[in-house]
Design a protein around this ligand. Sequence first.
Ligand code: PLP
Length: 414
Amino acid sequence: MNTTASPATVFDIQRIRADFPLLSRTVHGKPLVYFDNANTSQKPLPVIEAMNEHYREHNANVSRAVHQLGEEATAAYEGARDKLARFINAPSRNELVLTSGTTQATNLVAYSYALPRLQPGDAILTTVMEHHANIVPWQLVAQRSGATVKAAPIDQRGELILEQYVAMLTPEVKLACVTQVSNVLGTVNPVREIARECRKRGIALLVDGSQAVPHRPVDVQALGCDFYALTGHKMLGPTGTGALWARREHLDAMPPFFGGGEMIREVRFDGTSFAEAPHKFEAGTPNIAGFVGLSAAIDYYQSVGFEAIHAWEQQLLAYATERLREIPGLRIIGEAAEKEPVISFLIDGTQATDLATLLDLQGVAVRSGHHCAHPLMQFFGVPSTLRASLAFYNTREEVDAFIVALLKVRKLLM
Ligand code: PLP
């Protein structure tokens, strides 16, 4: 059996894989190698079963009903908030707004926090390596307010140039943003240092945690940021789930963004009053079953343990990187000193999309394209990359199968 022992845990990869039914299917008659985890992760049985059970046994709307089912659904939904708050060590469950994902979270901050504060001449600072979800919302509110969006540079290894980020934290910056982990490069950014510099200058910092939460324990208090956005479907949970953590003082000062049911105290035509945070940001019926699934996903991470996950993923990353480097004409984009298991690359004389299409015929799922990071592609002067993104349920044998398939399709295209 393929196991790795650490003092605290024994990582039983075969037992873990047995929890993910999709991993044992075939694609085009070949065993699936799923290396598109940064796009969305696969879901373990406890997540699938928790959602199934919710619909079979407990389905009702939250908050509005006094009947038993309504109470059960509300307890499950609010239980997910408790679990997520503990998962990222938020000081209070009431600082956690449940959203449909990171995109909704960053848009909420854009319209409810940034827009009311922005004056002509102000700026929002982001970086060249961001996902569009951490660029476009800022552009939209900048256009409305006469502010600008500035992007801190990175170097050729795909590392943020920290001194330049800090130098760009000028008085007109009203919000600073950074991803904790790049979805294209795998780079882990020095968020604590950035947060320290932002606090010195009284600038609020938003961290995009979408690609961090699937791989490492997150402690928003230790990070020292003001906002932390995450998405559930990349961390074993269902699509349409996510969260925004924000410091209480910000949530209290922010006006609601969506209006409707669930977010009010009293509605009158001569003036409506709103519920306290986080409910004032959660208009309408939420994705209740989705958050039931996300709760189960958090339990699953905790049962495996991030120490074991990290050790396994880092071994896989090192092995996959080493094997890829053996391929002539292959160029890895993103060689930061600290990375999560995401490898973007190009092969001379081939197009990333052609490679991905042919790899699919070999049963290998990888992503090709711009990965919702146009400015990063522009920085590297490429239209797209091929991206292999790994998870703790992947294996060295899958890396080997991927390399064999890649060599085969490369030959076909050259
Ligand atoms: N930020 C990063 C770094 C991402 O990788 C993604 C998804 O690819 C997002 C934001 C957007 O997440 P969602 O589409 O779930 O809102």
